[in-house]
Design a protein around this ligand. Structure first.
Ligand code: AFP
Length: 325
C-alpha cells in the first residue's frame, strides 16, 4: 500500500479539497501499480459481471471501485457515486463533499496495454444524494482524471485553470508538471468512432464529411483522425495539443444519448475543457448548463478546440433550420 504521507501537496489545491485529492491520488498510485504489472499480475481484464446498464464489468473495474471508495471513506466525503454502483453510497454522514467517479474508464483496453484512466467530479454535499449529483455541471467544485499511461498523470481543475501533476516514480509523489494546460482554438484533428457513420444523425455526418473532404472541400485543409477508445486518453491528447472529440447520440438501440455518462464522465471532462479555453457541448448546448436526470444518464459529448466545437454547433443549427423550413 502507498505511504500515509501526502502524495500531492500544492498551493493550487484548495485546502478544503486537499484531503480528498490526496486520497484519490493515493488510491490511483495503487491502481497504477496493479495496471503496471500487466499480465504478470492478476487477470485484470476478465469479465466478472455487468454494471447498472448492462455494461460488462472487468475485474479491475470492480477492484478500482473498491479501492477508491475505501480511500475516500477516510475523508470528508459524504456521498460516493460510481459507474460501478447502482446507487450513491453514504461514506461519512457528516462529510461536506460528494464525489462522482468512473473508477476505471476504457477498461476494454486493459488487456491490450492502451492508456486507461479514472475520471472524477467533486460537489458540495447536500442532505440528499440526488440533490448532490443531479445538478448543473457548473456547480462542480473540481473535475479531473488520472491517466495510467507511459507516465501516470493527474489532471485537475478547481475552476481556476487546469493543472497537470505527474507521478514521480522515485519519490512516489505527484509533482506539478504544468501549471496551466490550454486547448488551442484551432485544430485539424478529430476523434470519433467512424465505424458508426451509418448510424449518425445528419449534422454529425455533415460535419465529419467536411473534415474528410479536407483541402478539396469547404474547410480548405486536410484533417487527421484519432480514435483510442479511451476517453481519458483522448482528453489528455486534446488538452496537450488540441483536437475535437465527438461521441454523439446515434440510431443504434440504447445510443440515442450516446454512450458517455453525464455525471462522472462528461461533466468533469467539460469542466476541464472549458477551463483550458476549449468548449464542451451536447452538439448544441454547453454540457456545463446541463443537469443529469439520473445518476447514470448518458449525454452526447462534443468537446475540444473551440473553433471545431462551434462548427459542430453550426451543423446542428443548419439542420434544425432545414427541418423547420
Ligand atoms: P469501456 O470502459 O467499456 O472501454 O468504454 C470506454 C468508453 O466509455 C470511453 O472511454 C470511450 O471513449 C468510448 O467508451 C469508446 O466507445 P466505442 O467502443 O463505442 O468506440
Amino acid at each position: 500500500m502507498t505511504s500515509p504521507h501526502p502524495v500531492i501537496d500544492h498551493p493550487e489545491v484548495p485546502a478544503a479539497l486537499a484531503e480528498i485529492i490526496n486520497a484519490l491520488s493515493t488510491a490511483a498510485i495503487d491502481v497504477n501499480a496493479i495496471i503496471g504489472h500487466g499480465p504478470l499480475g492478476q487477470t485484470l481484464g476478465a469479465q466478472v459481471g455487468e454494471n447498472t446498464d448492462g455494461d460488462t464489468q472487468k475485474a479491475l473495474d470492480v477492484q478500482a471501485d473498491e479501492m477508491f471508495a475505501h480511500a475516500l471513506g477516510q475523508t470528508d466525503v459524504r456521498w460516493y457515486a460510481s459507474e460501478e454502483q447502482d446507487i450513491a453510497l453514504e461514506l461519512n454522514p457528516g462529510g461536506a463533499c460528494a464525489v462522482a467517479i468512473d473508477p476505471l474508464d476504457g477498461s476494454s483496453n486493459i488487456d491490450v496495454n492502451v492508456s486507461i484512466g479514472t475520471i472524477f467530479s467533486i460537489f458540495d454535499a447536500k442532505d440528499d444524494a440526488g440533490a448532490s449529483f443531479l445538478r448543473p455541471a457548473s456547480e462542480q467544485l473540481a473535475g479531473g482524471y488520472v491517466i495510467y499511461g507511459p507516465h501516470c498523470a493527474l489532471v485537475v481543475t478547481f475552476g481556476n485553470g487546469v493543472l497537470m501533476f505527474v507521478l514521480d516514480r522515485d519519490s512516489g509523489r505527484f509533482e506539478l508538471a504544468a501549471p496551466e494546460l490550454h486547448i488551442p482554438e484551432k485544430t485539424s484533428e478529430f476523434a470519433i468512432n467512424a465505424s458508426n457513420r451509418r448510424h449518425w444523425q445528419a449534422p454529425v455526418r455533415a460535419y465529419i464529411d467536411t473534415c474528410l473532404a479536407g483541402a478539396d472541400g469547404p474547410r480548405g485543409r486536410d484533417f487527421n483522425m484519432r480514435w483510442v477508445g479511451s476517453l481519458v486518453a483522448e482528453t489528455h491528447r486534446i488538452l496537450s495539443r488540441g483536437g475535437v472529440f465527438l461521441y454523439p447520440g446515434d440510431a443504434r438501440k440504447g445510443y440515442a444519448q450516446g454512450r458517455l455518462r453525464m455525471v462522472y464522465e462528461c461533466a468533469p471532462i467539460a469542466f476541464l475543457a472549458e477551463q483550458a479555453g476549449g468548449l464542451a457541448t451536447d452538439g448544441s448546448k454547453p454540457i456545463m448548463s446541463h443537469k443529469a436526470p439520473d445518476l447514470h444518464a448518458r449525454i452526447p459529448l462534443v468537446f475540444g478546440s473551440a473553433e471545431e466545437v462551434r462548427e459542430v454547433e453550426r451543423a446542428h443549427a443548419d439542420d434544425t433550420k432545414a427541418l423547420e423550413a
